[in-house]
Ligand binder design. Structure first.
Ligand code: CA
Ligand code: CA
Length: 194
């Protein structure tokens, strides 16, 4: 069992420390691969995103969802109840963090709240906050940045907004997890030298 942990430690160290290209590539969640009416929760674990329960996939063209703009054909809707996205190392249950998240939002109520995007670290500390009023174009991109974003909250007002094209980058292990993995890898290296 310890050997497996050590192996994983070495693998992550190589993937996330020694491969800067991997951590720079972006990952966009556009919901076009999910059926209308399905619930989004752990569907995007392979990309490092876990959604809070209650996110239903909608289609552009539905009443209230406007024309087929943005990235067709599927999207999410958000109202005052926030959508929460927690980050994990892609394909695993290991807690992860990212440093930049952007969300495309659309609302027909020009002048009302388009959306709020809040970024938090693993301890629940607010790292960044973005709030945008719906412009004449009826759409905009909300962006938050910060070191060690563990989860984000996306919310709108009572008239709701469309949510699509969520760019979360590629989440990497949290520093605490990375330290444990590094210790495991060093332990294995020492044992092999003995
Ligand atoms: Ca889409
Ligand atoms: Ca609104």
């Amino acid at each position: 069992m310890k050997s497996i942990s050590c192996f994983l430690g070495i693998a992550f160290l190589f993937c996330y420390i020694f491969d800067p290209v991997a951590s720079q590539a972006g990952t966009v969640l556009n919901f076009d691969d999910l059926p209308v009416g399905s619930m989004v929760d752990s569907n995007y674990r392979s990309k490092g995103a876990l959604f809070s329960i209650g996110c239903v996939v909608h289609a552009y063209g539905e009443p209230g969802f406007g024309p087929n703009v943005g990235s067709p054909p599927h999207c999410l809707a958000v109202f005052e109840q926030p959508i929460r996205i927690d980050f994990v190392v892609p394909g695993t249950e290991i807690p992860g963090t990212t440093d930049n998240v952007s969300v495309w939002m659309s609302d027909t109520e020009v002048g009302s709240l388009l959306g709020i995007l809040d970024a938090y670290d693993a301890d629940g500390l607010l790292l960044d906050h973005t709030e945008i009023t719906t412009p004449g174009t009826r759409e905009d991109v909300l962006n938050v940045e910060g070191e060690g974003i563990a989860y984000v909250l996306i919310r709108a007002d009572i008239d709701g907004s469309v949510v699509d094209n969520i760019d979360i980058g590629i989440p990497v292990p949290e520093p605490a997890t990375l330290s444990l993995l590094a210790v495991g890898a060093l332990t294995l290296i020492r044992r092999r030298r003995k």
